[in-house]
Design a protein around this ligand. Structure first.
Ligand code: TMP
Length: 208
């Protein structure tokens, strides 16, 4: 199922999705948009943050289940995506099922993340911020703190998975209504924000 007015930003660590989300939050149109991210700020997401920070170590399969559980709360929970859309808002989020298909695809193979994520609804618009891991790691290092997946080998494999997943979704019948926009994430923040807005401005919520 595809949810209208639902937008997802994806990319490897350091690709710049959070920066673009912040820019959108400053636009006057943001009054019509609910913004969030995965891992979420719910208890399920806080647990995942400890994992990403290296405080807890778990089997990669357990991690795949935990990301899917956090996503279930994000989509179906009282303060979740479905309810925001029902209340007439657009929803724009940083990371979704494609993160699991790419990152957990690397750590536990294709099958488990696909099985765990096959029933979640799809966005109307998916942005993939594409960047070479060497460049994204430079950005991450300048921030100071690093998380468990933030190394060249892991991110190189994750980027490959992302590109494969995008090809796969372009050809899936049930994903036909999902618009996929690949962004060269090495462009300036201003250039990217113009491209991003040119697509978001076409959503039904801004044209009715
Ligand atoms: P971020 O807050 O900087 O986007 O970091 C979230 C990290 O969690 C990032 O390394 C990607 C990872 N992640 C997964 O591995 N699987 C998932 O399903 C999600 C949502 C995130």
């Amino acid at each position: 199922m595809i949810l209208n007015n639902f937008v997802v930003f994806e990319g490897i660590d350091g690709a710049g999705t959070s920066t673009q989300l912040k820019i959108l939050q400053e636009r006057p149109e943001s009054a019509k948009i609910d913004f969030s991210a995965e891992p979420t700020s719910f208890e399920t997401g806080k647990f995942l943050r400890s994992l990403l920070g290296g405080k807890i170590s778990l089997d990669p399969r357990t991690t795949a289940y935990l990301f899917a559980a956090d996503r279930a709360e994000h989509v179906y929970g009282e303060h979740g995506i479905e309810n925001s859309l029902k209340n007439g808002k657009a929803v724009i989020i940083d990371r979704y099922i494609f993160s699991s298909l790419a990152y957990q695809g690397v750590s536990c193979g294709r099958e488990l993340p696909r099985m765990l994520n096959k029933d979640f609804p799809l966005p109307q618009l998916l942005f993939f911020f594409d960047i070479d891991p060497e460049k994204s790691l430079e950005r991450i290092k300048s921030r100071g703190v690093t998380e468990i997946y933030e190394n060249n080998e892991y991110l190189t494999n994750t980027r490959k998975q992302y590109l494969d997943v995008i090809e796969e979704y372009k050809n899936l019948d049930f994903a036909k209504g999902m618009n996929i926009v690949i962004i060269d994430a090495t462009q300036s923040v201003e250039e990217i924000s113009k491209i991003v807005w040119s697509h978001i401005a076409k959503l039904p919520i801004f044209n009715s």
